[in-house]
Design a protein around this ligand. Structure first.
Ligand code: NAP
Ligand code: F7E
Length: 327
């Protein structure tokens, strides 16, 4: 029998990678999209005719129940969220509605319609925040540092709670930062690689960043969606940290990205205090031993390769845009 998966947040970075991965595994892939006056389907454009898209919204309980009743998926991947940390200070209540309560709405729909549905929750290393130990694993306590991080802690615990209360096969994947050419341009990695491409091609001069000393454990999104799927294929539901185990600073990203196209970053990068966060997470590094041992998961793309992949993709895209403009 063909397995059916429902992905919320299918139009986002991870949604696009996961949809492609599941199609490759022979799944019938359904995606939940919210209504907008302009569609935001660029990331899934090449998959579009192989996907079944449905309108619903994390804010609207009945729309989610109706969707799950109609699709009757075997697996639900809840990737939808307000995922940009700075916006969570500007819109803390909306972030709580999407990123925290949205998880309960998804779990309630699963509980009502079919408790045999396997459920994946997109949890985040932002929950570790002001870290209590290094590296962070599944036992490390949380100290979130933004309304986004706080909302994700709620999402994590409500997932654990539905597993314990109702025996739902619910897993929380605690994923560290993962990037790709499909990353939104507001996140620091893509902001850097987009700027490097534009500066190299002469259509931008400066790149203004915030905290260059922040350190993160950055991996490749294509590797991380595989871990989501592996979690739902186990005999028992559980929670897993997914990370590379290496940390690097924003400054290192900048150096490698500019260096890849033979530019001196010091001539182009400025730091603006306006881009500093009200409460910063200085450092994150994950310990994915449990995922390596139980899921047999490991990252394939190393840090320098990730930087080069993203710079090269942005160079290609900007070149194409310039050629189209001049045509
Ligand atoms: P993303 O690119 O920002 O995508 C977010 C998705 O959520 C988009 O498809 C967006 O739809 C959808 N969405 C937002 N609000 C919604 C609502 N009210 N109803 C329905 N859909 C809604 O995020 P991502 O990087 O792919 O991350 C996927 C998930 O993993 C998120 O939950 C994120 O918080 C979490 N996470 C990400 C990372 C990371 O490093 N990437 C690490 C840990 C956890 P629109 O296209 O309509 O905006
Ligand atoms: O920031 C610093 C910034 O916005 C990374 C989301 O996917 O991963 C992501 O959250 C670091 C921070 O990602 C700029 O202060 C410096 O220390 O790329 P980011 P994030 O906040 O780590 C986690 C795991 C998620 O779950 C989230 O959904 O970079 N930084 N200068 C900057 N950051 C941005 N955005 N822009 C700058 O100019």
């Amino acid at each position: 029998m063909t397995r059916k998966a429902l992905i919320t947040g299918i139009t986002g970075q991870d949604g696009a990678f996961l949809a492609e991965f599941l199609l490759g595994k022979g799944y019938e892939v359904h995606g939940m999209v919210r209504r907008a006056s302009t569609e935001s389907f660029e990331r899934i454009a090449s998959l579009r005719d192989r996907l079944i898209l449905h309108q619903a919204d994390l804010l609207d309980q009945l729309s989610i129940i109706t969707l799950i009743s109609q699709v009757r998926p075997h697996e639900v991947y809840n990737l939808a969220a307000q995922s940009f940390v700075p916006t969570s200070w500007l819109q803390p209540l909306l972030t709580g509605e999407f990123t925290a309560l949205g998880v309960t709405r998804m779990l309630e729909a699963v509980r009502l319609v079919d408790r045999d549905i396997r459920f994946y929750q997109a949890s985040s290393s932002e929950m570790f925040g002001k870290v209590r130990q290094e590296p962070q694993n599944e036992q490390t306590s949380f100290w979130p540092r933004s309304p986004y991080g706080v909302a994700k802690v709620y999402g994590h615990w409500i997932t654990v709670n539905y597993r314990e209360s109702y025996n739902v096969f619910a897993c929380s994947g605690i994923l560290f930062n993962h990037e790709s050419p499909l990353r939104g341009k507001e996140f620091v990695t893509r902001k850097i690689t987009d700027a490097v491409a534009r500066i190299k091609l002469g259509v931008q001069d400066k790149l203004v960043l915030g905290n260059l000393e922040a350190m993160r454990d950055w991996g490749f999104a294509g590797d991380y969606v595989k871990a989501m799927w592996l979690m739902l294929q186990q005999d028992e539901p559980d929670d897993y940290v997914i990370a590379t185990g290496e940390k690097h600073s924003v400054r290192e990203w900048v150096e490698l990205a500019f260096g890849h196209v033979d530019l001196d970053w010091r001539e182009h990068v400025q730091s603006d205090p306006k881009l500093l966060r009200p409460a910063e997470i200085n450092t994150l590094r994950g310990d994915a031993t449990k995922a390596r041992t139980i899921l047999q998961w490991q990252p394939e793309v190393a840090f320098p390769e990730l930087v080069r992949m993203m710079v090269d993709a942005d160079l290609q895209r900007v070149r194409r845009e310039l050629a189209d403009r001049d045509r």
